[in-house]
Ligand binder design. Structure first.
Ligand SMILES: [Zn+2]
Length: 242
């Protein structure tokens, strides 16, 4: 476990997918749950900072991909926390909608792996979020709809900590911010619009779903990413016309 802010922790640091805990006196909120089978590990790590399962009051899923939602049902059972997800990702969470039709070999391989190795029982209950919905006990946290990677991708803005949790809307790969992933993104245009939406928010620290968090000046880095993408698009457009 690593501490990103006085009351923000990254569980299982260095692993493929990030699970964050916002730890407050009135309870703990988890952001994402990792792949299936992580519930006990997560609770063991939380026990290390004196958090009991019953202290976990809310579990927010940034989007319904199985590497983020895989342990949500098990965690709900062990903690009795409420589960929150954007309404547009509910069907995917329940296994009623496929993540996306695979478009190439890599996506086919990952779809096969997800189907066979990342299976998890669907949760029995979930609170559906919209833009600006509030999370019980954590009403100061802002829910921001940042679709594109999936239709119901969401980000959480923690104003007190000037920290944004953005799921897979933006990733940090080896210290470099990257925009919507070429693979596994439902709608890249929409996903870039969400990056622009994120760039207009006010925060210092960015906690992405993959890769280390970015401290200090993270919002400026998102703006740089947008400018770089704009350059790239213009260059590409120019080439196409020739
Ligand atoms: Zn994802």
């Amino acid at each position: 476990m690593k501490q990103a802010k006085p009351n923000v922790y990254l569980l299982e640091p260095g692993k493929f997918v990030n699970i964050y805990a916002i730890v407050r006196k009135n309870g703990v909120l988890l952001i994402d749950t990792g792949t299936p089978g992580k519930a006990d590990k997560i609770l063991r790590e939380l026990a290390g900072i004196n958090v009991k399962p019953s202290d976990v009051k809310a579990i927010v899923i940034t989007h319904a991909h199985p590497d983020h939602a895989g342990s949500c049902t098990a965690l709900m059972k062990k903690t009795h926390a409420k589960l929150y997800i954007h309404k547009d990702d509910l069907n995917m969470l329940l296994g009623k909608a496929p993540p996306r039709e695979p478009r190439d070999l890599l996506e086919k391989i990952v779809a096969f792996m997800s189907k066979h190795f990342f299976k998890y029982p669907p949760p029995e209950d979930a609170v559906l979020l919209n833009e600006n919905s509030s999370i019980q006990g954590f009403e100061d946290l802002k829910v921001i709809h940042t679709p594109g990677h999936t239709p119901g991708s969401l980000s959480i803005l923690d104003v007190k900590n000037t920290t944004l949790f953005c799921g897979d809307a933006i990733n940090n790969r080896a210290g470099k911010l990257i925009g919507p992933h070429k693979h596994f993104t439902f709608n890249r245009k929409q996903a870039w619009r969400s990056v622009a939406k994120i760039g207009a928010l006010s925060f210092d620290t960015l906690c992405p779903g993959h890769g280390p968090w970015i401290e200090d000046g993270a919002q400026k880095k998102v703006k740089k990413l947008l400018v770089a993408n704009e350059h790239y698009r213009n260059k590409y457009k120019g080439r196409k016309k020739q």
